[in-house]
Design a binder for this molecule. Structure first.
Ligand SMILES: [Mg+2]
Length: 215
């Protein structure tokens, strides 16, 4: 799945924008909470994690780890019923794609690739997508390859930024997270991570950092 993407990119001289999907391109936490409500649970924003914060509506009892895993699995398997676009992402990526190559890199089990692909396509976000649970740094380094092109990596999770920093040191790291409640609970970001408030802000910052003309 990754090889045709690499082959296409290897001939390109355009800047590269690698985007995470959950909480960056697609809303994740609000839709996941809606799904949880449908199975008698709720996600409480008590800390920056799922485990321990998913509790039953009836008895306020925290779901055990294996149940959280099962609920995440069921959610991803039916994600097209729940997940919506992050505000402004379609307009921003449509605009950026005229000047840069866009690749989605989602840390989701690859078995859910097809349903996510169909969901993104339905919103005309038909950029190539890699679904892998491997660390993101080596994947981003592979996407850049030996090319001398500027690159930006957009993600909401600090350890993904760490991974990309160590494997693709020239890549600009950008934090974007759709859910403001959980964003406020996120651990402090490292100084070299550029913080985007929303997609309109992200597009401005990406254009600035990649040396692209304003849209
Ligand atoms: Mg994410």
């Amino acid at each position: 799945m990754i090889d045709p993407i690499l082959e296409r990119l290897s001939a390109s001289r355009r800047p590269l924008v690698v985007c995470d999907v959950d909480e960056v391109v697609l809303e994740f936490l609000d839709p996941f909470d809606h799904y949880l409500n449908s199975v008698g649970h709720r996600l409480h924003p008590d800390s920056f994690r799922l485990h321990g914060n998913i509790r039953s509506l009836s008895g306020d009892i925290a779901a055990a780890d294996d149940m959280v895993e099962r609920m995440q699995e069921e959610f991803f398997a039916s994600q097209d019923r729940w997940q919506t676009l992050a505000r402004g992402v379609d307009r921003a990526l449509d605009s950026l794609s005229r000047d840069a190559d866009i690749v989605f890199l989602t840390a989701m089990p690859p078995r859910h690739h097809d349903i996510r692909r169909a969901l993104l396509d339905r919103h005309r976000l038909d950029f190539p997508m890699i679904a892998t649970e491997e660390p993101k740094g080596p994947v981003v380094a592979g996407l850049i390859g030996g090319r001398d092109v500027p690159a930006v990596f957009v993600d909401d999770i600090a350890h993904n930024h760490h991974s990309v920093r160590s494997h693709a040191p020239g890549c600009i790291l950008m934090h974007l997270m759709a859910n403001r409640t959980f964003r406020a609970l996120a651990p402090a970001l490292d100084d070299d991570v550029v913080i985007a408030d929303d997609w309109s802000h992200a597009e401005r910052l990406i254009r600035e950092h990649l040396g692209l003309m304003r849209a």
